[in-house]
Ligand binder design. Structure first.
Ligand code: AMP
Ligand code: TRP
Length: 334
C-alpha cells in the first residue's frame, strides 16, 4: 500500500526554535515521517508578509532548516525544503486567490487579530492572502494530512473548501486534506508567564527555552521558572499552571507519564524537581544543538541538501500546477 502524504511547515521567524516548536511540532513530525510520505517546508514566503531584514531572513531560513534536520527530520526520507525554492507555490496561490471570496478570507481569525493589532495601513495584502499561500503549499502535493497547532485549523479548513470548490468547478484535481490537530498535552507555555503559549516572538526571552541556547542558559531559565507557593509537584492546569507546564515538558521529553513523575517527586521541593527537569532538557537539547551548529558550519553542504530536496518537491508541485493551468483554461505555451 502506498503511504499517505503529509505536509507541514514552519516560518523562519527566529534564529532558534523554542521548546514548544520542538515538542509541539518537530517531535510529532519526526514520529510521523516513517508512516507517511512527509513534506516539511521552511515557509520563507510566508515570513515576508511582515517586514524582514533580507540578510537576517536568509540566515533564519538556514537555521530553521538545520534545526529540522538536527531534531531528526531526515532529508533522505522526508522532503525537507525551502518554500521559495519551488516556484509553483506562488503561482498556485495566485490561481487559488481567484476562487477565494473576499469575505471568506476576511473571516480568518489570525488575520483579524494581527491586522487589528497593527492597524490597516501597517498590514500588508500579503498577510491577508497568507492562508491562500498556505492552501497552495498543501494542495500542490496532493496532501492527505496536515499536522498543525489549533491556531492553524481554520486555514486548513479554508484549504479544504478551496480544494472542493476547485474540484467541483474544474474537475477532480486536488486531494482534500485533513487537519491533524496537536494534542493539548503537546502545548508548552512560557516559563515566566505560564498562562501564555511559549512563542518565538515573545517580548521577553526569560521564559523561552531556545533549542540553540547554551546549556547553562537553559539550566538557569528552568531553575528560575515561575511556580506557586503550594510546594507540591502535581498537575493542575488551572490552579498550578507553572508546575503543570514543567510537568508537561518533563513528560514529553522523558516519555514518562505525568503521574509517575508526580510520584517520584512526592514530598520533595520544587528545587529537586527543577533540577530533574533541567537534566532532562539539557541532555535532550545537547545533541540537537551540536548537530545544528555542525550543519550551520558548512552552509554549502546544507544548501546542497536543501536543493536536492527542493528538486524532489518541485517535480510533484510542477505536475500539479500543470494540471491546474490546463483545467482553468490558460493557453499552453507553444
Ligand atoms: P510558530 O513558531 O508559532 O510558527 O509555530 C510553529 C509550529 O510549532 C506550529 O506547528 C506550532 O503548533 C508549534 N508550536 C509553536 N509554539 C508552540 C508551543 N508553545 N507549544 C506547542 N507547540 C508550539
Ligand atoms: N501558517 C503555518 C504556521 O504559522 C505555517 C505553514 C505554512 C504551514 N504553510 C503550511 C503549516 C502548510 C502546515 C501546512 O504555523
Amino acid at each position: 500500500m502506498t503511504k499517505q502524504r503529509l505536509y507541514s511547515g514552519m516560518q523562519p521567524s527566529a534564529d532558534s526554535l523554542q521548546i514548544g516548536n520542538y515538542i509541539g511540532a518537530l517531535l510529532q513530525w519526526r514520529g510521523m515521517q516513517e508512516e507517511y510520505d512527509a513534506f516539511f517546508s521552511v515557509v520563507d514566503l510566508h515570513a515576508i508578509t511582515v517586514a524582514q531584514d533580507p540578510e537576517h531572513l536568509r540566515e533564519k531560513t538556514r537555521r530553521t532548516a538545520a534545526q529540522y534536520i538536527a531534531a531528526g527530520i531526515e532529508p533522505s526520507r522526508s522532503t525537507l525544503y525551502v518554500q521559495s525554492h519551488v516556484r509553483a507555490h506562488a503561482e498556485l496561490a495566485w490561481i487559488l486567490s481567484t476562487i477565494t471570496g473576499f469575505g471568506e478570507a476576511g473571516r480568518m481569525t489570525q488575520f483579524k487579530d494581527k491586522s487589528q493589532k497593527q492597524g490597516a495601513d501597517a498590514t500588508s495584502v500579503g498577510l491577508f492572502t497568507y492562508p491562500i499561500l498556505m492552501a497552495a503549499d498543501i494542495l500542490l502535493y496532493q496532501t492527505d494530512v496536515v499536522p498543525v497547532g489549533d491556531d492553524q485549523k481554520q486555514h486548513v479548513e479554508l484549504t479544504r473548501d478551496l480544494a472542493e470548490r476547485f474540484n467541483s468547478r474544474f474537475g477532480d484535481t486536488f486531494v482534500v486534506p485533513k487537519p491533524v490537530i496537536q494534542a493539548e498535552t503537546a502545548r508548552i507555555y512560557d516559563l515566566q508567564d505560564p498562562t501564555s503559549k511559549m512563542s518565538k516572538s515573545a517580548e521577553s526571552h526569560a521564559g523561552v527555552l531556545w533549542l540553540l541556547d547554551e546549556p547553562s542558559v537553559t539550566a538557569k531559565k528552568i531553575m528560575r521558572a515561575v511556580t506557586d507557593s503550594e510546594g507540591s509537584v502535581r498537575y493542575d492546569r488551572s490552579e498550578k499552571p507553572g508546575v503543570s507546564n514543567l510537568l508537561t515538558i518533563y513528560s514529553a521529553l522523558s516519555g514518562r507519564p505525568i503521574a509517575e513523575i508526580e510520584d517520584e517527586y512526592a514530598g520533595r521541593g520544587y528545587g529537586d524537581f527543577k533540577k530533574g527537569l533541567r537534566d532532562v532538557v539539557v541532555s535532550e537539547f545537547e545533541p540537537v544543538r551540536a548537530r545544528a551548529l555542525e550543519l550551520l558550519d558548512d552552509p554549502a553542504e546544507l544548501d546542497r541538501l536543501l536543493a536536492v530536496n527542493a528538486d524532489r518537491a518541485a517535480e510533484i508541485a510542477d505536475a500539479t500546477l500543470a494540471t491546474v493551468y490546463e483545467r482553468v483554461g490558460l493557453l499552453r505555451r507553444g
